[in-house]
Ligand binder design. Structure first.
Ligand SMILES: [Fe+2]
Length: 270
């Protein structure tokens, strides 16, 4: 039997956020996911108050409807509910009320800090969520515009019990040199908990998991690649604890090592 390959962060559902704008586009993106070897996708539409007001109920309905469309189109992909939740003051309350979704109805919560503003006391914020029984996963920290100046703080979240989700495209240069530099930095320090696609569109924002996996194997080896691409995403789906890296974030940081001068970002049709 084929091992489950779980994508814990993707925007597959049609017309619910900035993912596919039509059912046709969504089916194309789902087909690409299968081509990438993905068997299970946790659908994580944005929850951003006033912009994307997605609720647990709305996501469940959209997942069930799109699962039917996948069956009709004979696309072998199993969907699960989830959300990418913008960090705001009321997230814990809304989670407790069941208003906004966890990942696959478990304890893991995918949280998106604001990209351009560093919120104070995020460590305390994650600590309070953990105290309340949730397991925070920080969505693509390498893409935060303030991450380069505060990388030690971000790595420190792992010590609190939070996890870092790096996006596959960042590792291959799809989001520019700074995201690439920071993604590789997190990878080399052993701070990455899992990789996900954050796919939005078949050509404009594809999965790129295969490209990223080849690169990660070359950089840190098969075992580490298996942990962050396969074992930990499976653990999120199953509600099991994530396995931390052997490096455990203890590998010393070397800011000068991560020059991307000689790395050519891959080209993807837009
Ligand atoms: Fe996302």
């Amino acid at each position: 039997m084929r091992a489950a390959i779980v994508d814990c962060h993707c925007h597959l559902l049609p017309e619910i956020d900035d993912g596919p704008g039509s059912l046709r586009d969504a089916l194309k993106l789902a087909s690409l996911a299968v081509e990438e070897g993905i068997t299970d996708a946790i659908c994580t539409p944005h929850v951003v108050p006033g912009v994307y007001n997605n609720t647990t109920e709305a996501v469940r309905i959209a997942v069930a409807a799109f699962q039917c469309e996948l069956s009709r189109a004979a696309i072998p992909l199993t969907l699960h509910t989830g959300a990418e939740i913008r960090i705001t003051g009321d997230v814990e309350t809304r989670l407790k009320r069941g208003e906004i979704p966890t990942l696959a109805e478990g304890r893991y919560v995918l949280l998106e800090p604001p990209a351009d503003v560093r919120l104070p006391r995020l460590d305390a914020y994650f600590g309070a969520l953990i105290e309340a029984g949730y397991l925070p996963i920080v969505a693509h920290p390498e893409r935060l515009l303030w991450a380069g100046r505060h990388i030690e703080e971000i790595i420190g979240y792992v010590g609190l019990g939070a996890h870092l989700q790096v996006t596959a495209g960042s590792l291959v240069g799809f989001f520019g040199r700074e995201a690439l530099r920071l993604a590789r930095w997190l990878l080399e320090t052993g701070a990455v908990g899992l990789i996900a696609s954050d796919a939005h569109h078949a050509s404009r924002r594809p999965h790129l998991l295969g490209d990223a996996r080849r690169l990660v194997e070359a950089l840190v080896g098969w075992r580490e690649a298996e942990r962050i691409f396969v074992a930990n995403p499976q653990a999120v789906l199953a509600g099991h604890p994530l396995v931390l890296s052997d490096q455990g974030g203890r590998r010393p940081l070397n800011k000068f090592r991560f020059s991307t001068q000689f790395i050519r970002p891959i080209e993807v049709a837009r």
